[in-house]
Design a protein around this ligand. Sequence first.
Ligand code: ADP
Ligand code: MG
Length: 245
Amino acid sequence: MAVDPLIELRDVNKYFGTLHVLRDINLTVDRGEVVVVIGPSGSGKSTLCRAINRLETIQSGRITVDGEPLPEEGRALAALRSEVGMVFQSFNLFAHKTVLDNVMLAQLKVRKRRKDEAERRARELLDRVGLAAHATKYPAQLSGGQQQRVAIARALAMDPKVMLFDEPTSALDPEMINEVLEVMRQLARDGMTMVVVTHEMGFARSAANRVVFMADGAIVEDRAPEEFFTAPRSDRARDFLSKIL
Ligand code: ADP
Ligand code: MG
């Protein structure tokens, strides 16, 4: 079903020492697709995301982004990182910089945009995530949900080809989860290619084109959400769903 693959992993294996954390991973994400990755803690979800961004090296197999193999280092690696946006559980905003500066910084340093251009783009994105009125505030003056939306705007400012989200709402108080998921839903509707690790099954059901279920470093199921949630095929997935739903 690979119509227009943007990310491809072929027979990817990753070890931490003797620990085999990614086992023969084969995964294709097409342009415009939203793939939700779920699975128990320690199953390799974060490592999978980090490998796509080359924050982790792999021992065997092949990963391509938009047809290009992942670069080893240097300029090409920096370019890849800016094309693959990543949002983590912890927002990691610069505490001593304003919201606006947080969203401008990488545009100036990595994209080498002019200041006025970077500011225009930053304001546009802050508006898109509902934070136009907070541009001159500092991260500590914002709620967790607002900070995570700034982190999303910051990643989008690089004009990434794909966005990776690793449990973006796991550190948030319950009442803030929805505002972040809503921004992500809107991104998905706008056609962004997304890989999302999350325990938010409502989001998986409503926004995902596919659900990838991982256990012990392997992809156990890779199917449409309605099929996965109504009739998981594997014992591992049934067991997992019975615990979280
Ligand atoms: P998940 O995100 O699904 O919880 P991770 O990808 O974080 O899983 O971890 C997969 C496995 O790799 C776990 O057993 C974890 O303890 C191990 N692991 C993750 N990062 C490292 C690391 N830097 N060094 C050694 N082991 C690690
Ligand atoms: Mg993780």
